[in-house]
Design a protein around this ligand. Structure first.
Ligand code: ATP
Length: 265
C-alpha cells in the first residue's frame, strides 16, 4: 500500500516552477544526479547526500521543488508534515518514522519530504517535550542508517533554519542547505505566466506590469492573485447563469473564451 501522503500527488514538472533556476539546478545536482547516475559519484569517490534542507519563507516553492524532482526523476515520493508525526502516544512517532523510511527503502529510488522539519527537530534547547527529543534521535538513527548510494534522499523544508537541531545539519545528514527566497521581479513574471497559462486572458492584461506591482509577493501569493482575478471575472457572468440548470449554456461559456482559450479546461 502506498504510504500516507503519496496518494493523489499530482505530477509536477520543472516547467511548473517559476524562477528559482539556480536553486533548482543545485537541487537536481544533489538529488537527481546521484539517483540517476550513482557511478559518477563512485568514480569521484564522494558520497551522494542523504539529506537536503530547503529553507525560506512560506509559499516560495519548497514543496513544489521536492515534488518536481520526484516526478521528473521517477522517484517514489513520500510526504510528511512535521506536526503530523508528533504523537502523544509513547513510541508512535518513532514507529511512524520507521514506517516512512522502510516504505522508501522498499520503493527506492525514493524521496522523503519532511515539511515543517523544525517542528519535529527543534534545537534541543528549545525542546520542551520528551516526544520531540525522541523523534530527533529516531530521525538521526534513520538517516545514519541510509545506504550511501543516494537512492533514498530526505528533503527537509523549514521557514526557520536556525530552529533546526544542529545535530541534524552535520555531514552525512542534512548537509546541503539551499535557500528558496522571495522571487525577484523577473521570477514573478515567470510565476504569473505559469499560473495564468490555463486562463483566458484579456488583451490588456500586462503580466510584466503586474510583476512590477507585486514586490514581496511569493509564489503562493501570485497563484492566489491569479485565482482571485478569475473568480472576479466569473462573478461578472454569474447573473446570467441559472444555478439550478443542469448545464451551463454554451453561449455563456463561449463568452468566457478570450484569445481562443477554453475556460472549461
Ligand atoms: P510552506 O513553507 O508554506 O510549506 P512552500 O515553500 O513549500 O511553503 P509551496 O507549497 O511549494 O510552498 O507553494 C505553494 C503554492 O504556491 C504552490 O502549489 C504553487 O501553486 C505556488 N508557488 C509557490 N512558488 C512557486 C513558484 N516558484 N512557481 C510557481 N508556483 C509557485
Amino acid at each position: 500500500k502506498p504510504a500516507a501522503g503519496f496518494e493523489g500527488v499530482k505530477r509536477i514538472s520543472y516547467e511548473d516552477i517559476g524562477g528559482l533556476k539556480g536553486e533548482l539546478q543545485r537541487v537536481r545536482e544533489t538529488i537527481e544526479l546521484p539517483m540517476r547516475h550513482p557511478e559518477i559519484f563512485r568514480k569521484l569517490g564522494i558520497e551522494p547526500p542523504k539529506g537536503v534542507l530547503l529553507y525560506g519563507p512560506p509559499g516560495t516553492g519548497k514543496t513544489l521543488i521536492a515534488k518536481a524532482v520526484a516526478s521528473e526523476s521517477g522517484a517514489h515520493f513520500i510526504s510528511i508534515a512535521g506536526p503530523e508525526v508528533i504523537s502523544k502516544y509513547y513510541g508512535e512517532s518513532e514507529q511512524r518514522l520507521r514506517e516512512v523510511f522502510e516504505d522508501a527503502r522498499q520503493h527506492a529510488p525514493a524521496i522523503i519530504f519532511i515539511d515543517e522539519l523544525d517542528s519535529i527537530a527543534p534545537r534541543r534547547e528549545e525542546v520542551t517535550g520528551e516526544v520531540e527529543r525522541r523523534v530527533v534521535a529516531q530521525l538521526l538513527t534513520m538517516m545514519d542508517g541510509l545506504e550511501e548510494r543516494g537512492q533514498v534522499v530526505v528533503i527537509g523544508a523549514t521557514n526557520r533554519l536556525d530552529a533546526i537541531d544542529p545535530a541534524l545539519r552535520r555531514p552525512g545528514r542534512f548537509d546541503r542547505e539551499i535557500e528558496i527566497g522571495v522571487p525577484s521581479e523577473d521570477d514573478r513574471v515567470q510565476v504569473l505566466h505559469i499560473h495564468t497559462r490555463g486562463m483566458p486572458l484579456a488583451d490588456n492584461v500586462d503580466i510584466n506590469l503586474i510583476a512590477q506591482q507585486t514586490h514581496g509577493f511569493v509564489g503562493a501569493d501570485l497563484a492566489a492573485l491569479a485565482r482571485e482575478a478569475a473568480i472576479k471575472a466569473l462573478r461578472r457572468y454569474l447573473p446570467e447563469i441559472d444555478l439550478e440548470a443542469e448545464e451551463i449554456p454554451p453561449e455563456i461559456l463561449e463568452k468566457m473564451e478570450v484569445q481562443g482559450k477554453d475556460f472549461r479546461d
